[in-house]
Design a protein around this ligand. Structure first.
Ligand code: SF4
Ligand code: SF4
Length: 193
């Protein structure tokens, strides 16, 4: 009996020493490893092209006009309904008279970007808007334009996303018919003209 207790003691003792040794090895490896912490904002990481960050409104690069035409598609598609738009009808084109976005409730799903016909709403490669006051995250049109000027835009725009998701076109009928005729001629018994 005493012998069995002794054997069990030493087995447990060696198992414990092994576990402590493995844990100390991990600790020592981490002690000499280079730190991975990025000292933001002194240093910033490069964001991926498809990064879904802050939302912003854009201007037309050539004319300097607002791209938003106040169509409200983004408002209708937004799942948590955080966008509110009022359209201003004008002679040549329409504008957004009011555009607000409650960023604190945004899901960053990108649906508003996908439906925008004029690439007016986009996402930026930044999340840099932390605050302790929720009211600062209720963005109006001016602030959304400022964000658009301040940060680097992500790859995605409504038009690029729609192009990407459009299925490839079937070959035109005229091109397909000579190919079919050649195929029929090559088959045994097929009528070649
Ligand atoms: S990213 Fe999604 S949740 Fe956020 S405003 Fe756009 S549609 Fe709404
Ligand atoms: S941001 Fe785009 S989808 Fe939204 S109202 Fe303006 S034009 Fe329409």
């Amino acid at each position: 009996m005493a012998r069995r207790i002794g054997q069990s003691f030493w087995r447990d003792f060696f198992q414990l020493c092994g576990a402590v040794g493995r844990a100390m090895k991990v600790t020592l490896l981490n002690l000499i490893r280079r730190p991975v912490t990025v000292h933001y904002p002194d240093k910033t990481r490069a964001y991926p092209d498809r990064y879904r960050g802050l939302l912003a409104l854009t201007y037309d690069k050539e004319t300097g006009e607002e791209n938003c035409i106040g169509c409200r598609l983004c408002e209708y598609i937004c799942p948590p309904q955080v966008i509110k738009v009022e359209m201003l009808k004008a002679e040549k084109r329409n504008y957004a008279k009011v555009f607000t976005l409650e960023l604190y409730a945004c899901e960053f799903c990108e649906l508003c970007v996908q439906v925008c016909p004029t690439d007016a709403i986009i996402m930026m490669k930044s999340f840099d808007m932390s605050t302790a006051d929720r009211r600062e995250l209720l963005l109006d049109k001016d602030r959304l334009h400022q964000i658009g000027l301040k940060f680097e835009p992500s790859w995605a725009t409504g038009n690029l996303l729609r192009d990407m998701q459009t299925p490839p076109k079937a070959p035109a009928r005229q091109e397909a018919e000579p190919a079919k005729a050649a195929e029929a001629g090559a088959k045994p018994g097929g009528k070649a003209e």
